[in-house]
Design a protein around this ligand. Structure first.
Ligand SMILES: Nc1ncnc2c1ncn2[C@@H]1O[C@H](COP(=O)(O)OP(=O)(O)OP(=O)(O)O)[C@@H](O)[C@H]1O
Ligand SMILES: [Mg+2]
Length: 329
């Protein structure tokens, strides 16, 4: 198993305690007359109530990471989803995924994976409007945000607006996982979500998490079957009006001959986003590139076109003014 460099988490900057407004709110009482939006105040107060200091876990985290875990996963502990945080599965600049012990009353197996986002993750996402085009902004309950003040804050990207946008990305990922799981797409079963984390089925065993497909060498026969399976999944996603938006072998887990597609915050709607076809084409091409290395030859452009038209959509090559070129194409 790869050794993790834990010193990368020793820096407080890696785990900001909260944004400036939230920090200020820490000492506020519910009846405090604040100029800050009530929604922030209520959420911060709820978060204080939700995040018990007594959440002890066995994973040896640095001081700042520990505080960040308590803040991000304490609510799930309180609501008896998880009993323990056992191990860091993958820590990165954008999100960290932890192996947790599920509470016996949770409708899950022995383990749950918790994906916890960095507070600034989506602020740094290059070209985020490319993915946000044509999709609603969602609040913490998963409902479309219609409130004028909240929409204005997001438009102006105030601290409050950034917080709302951050929550909306996560809610999109969670709702997509829910919808796709019900539709039979090969995704980890999602369980719960809050403003900064998603709980889902853990793929792997107690000793080893499932590797991502890019690290796996396949026999040609198995590669051909898995390639069909991935394309089938893309087709099923299109039937659910979803395009992954960041699909590649890096976002496919491989475990005991089966696959799970992960990492959905960038999902786009095929009919509501002007770049949808190009994004689909890129997903298919990246998948084909991996399988070509495993001996499966395929024409990515042709497959993308067939997938698109088989759902009754005319091929259109109109691209959003901010093209995929900005995305490293
Ligand atoms: N349900 C899961 N079960 C086991 N491992 C998982 C699960 N979900 C994610 N992981 C591990 O965590 C890693 C990061 O997850 P994900 O791709 O969703 O986040 P990310 O923000 O894209 O992070 P990165 O940029 O490092 O890929 C995955 O590559 C995988 O190794
Ligand atoms: Mg990923």
């Amino acid at each position: 198993m790869p050794r993790l460099n834990l010193s990368q988490f020793d820096n407080e900057e890696d785990f900001p305690s909260a944004d400036r407004n939230s920090r200020r709110l820490k000492k506020l009482k519910p009846d405090h007359k604040s100029k800050l939006p009530r929604a922030i105040l209520q959420r911060e107060l709820a978060a204080q109530a939700d995040h018990p200091e007594s959440f002890n876990f066995t994973y040896q985290a640095s001081r700042h990471e520990r505080a960040w875990i308590i803040r991000s996963l304490g609510g799930f502990y309180e609501h008896r989803w998880i009993d323990n945080v056992l191990r860091l599965l993958k820590g990165g600049k954008e999100a960290s995924v932890y192996l947790c012990a599920a509470n016996a009353s949770a409708p899950a197996g022995e383990f749950i994976a918790a994906k916890v986002y960095r507070p600034r993750m989506f602020r740094n996402l290059k070209n985020d409007h490319l993915y946000r085009e044509g999709r609603a902004n969602l609040d913490a309950d998963g409902n479309q945000i219609l409130d004028g003040g909240m929409l204005h804050a997001m438009h102006k990207r105030t601290a409050y607006g950034q917080e709302l946008l951050h929550g909306s990305w996560i809610m999109h990922e969670f709702q997509t996982l829910q919808r796709l799981h019900i539709a039979g797409v090969d995704v980890p079963k999602p369980y719960a979500c809050d403003n900064n984390a998603i709980l889902m089925d853990y793929i792997g065993d107690p000793w080893m998490p499932a590797p991502t497909l890019n690290t796996v060498e396949l026999e040609r026969k198995e590669a051909a079957a898995l390639f069909e399976r991935v394309i089938h999944n893309i087709d099923r996603m299109l039937a659910q009006e979803c395009i992954h938006g960041d699909l590649s072998a890096y976002n496919i887990l491989y475990w005991e001959g089966e696959i799970r597609l992960i990492d959905y915050p960038q999902v786009v709607h095929p009919d509501e986003n002007r770049s949808a076809y190009r994004i689909l084409e890129r997903d298919v091409r990246r998948v084909c590139e991996y399988f070509a290395r495993q001996g499966v030859k395929a024409d990515a452009g042709r497959i993308a076109e067939d997938l698109w038209t088989s759902h009754g959509r005319p091929v259109k090559l109109e691209v959003h003014p901010s093209t995929l070129a900005e995305e490293g194409e």
